[in-house]
Write a protein that binds this ligand. Sequence first.
Ligand code: SF4
Ligand code: SF4
Length: 156
Amino acid sequence: MSGHSLHTPENYPPMRKRNKAFDHAPTPKEYTKFQDFVAVLKKQVYAIQAGNAPELVPVKIGLLNFILPRMPRTQSKKDFGKQKVDKDKCTACGICSRVCPYGAIELTPKPVFDHKKCFGCWACYNHCPTQAIFTPKFRGEFQYAKPVAELKSKFS
Ligand code: SF4
Ligand code: SF4
């Protein structure tokens, strides 16, 4: 088993608020390491397809990657708080409801949040085109500005 994580722009508003936007990630060095990983992965796949045993590759796990998956999922919901909608800004476009992976937003036609279903993933906050969704701590700022042109060009 082997794995690789790639440093990309941060899309978690509380981290962006702490100046951890990383909008220029991955760096050329990180990107080269990623390409090396893809090359190794391809080699493993070809070996398996040919009926051979894949080469054993030791997995190195960075401290952050070790800690983050162990954080309770409730932390994100706590960071988010209860979201509300600025009814003057909301155009009832429905994007927030479509991007919510937990079916926590009902359109009436403006969004109504089911806080019990919400996991605090921030997708609605990041995707609302008019920045109508707000929380006690976040209003109209620190949204992830979608894949920046620079990032797209690195992977094109
Ligand atoms: S995405 Fe924004 S503008 Fe569209 S319905 Fe949701 S809150 Fe309203
Ligand atoms: S934060 Fe995520 S789970 Fe909660 S309502 Fe918004 S999109 Fe749905």
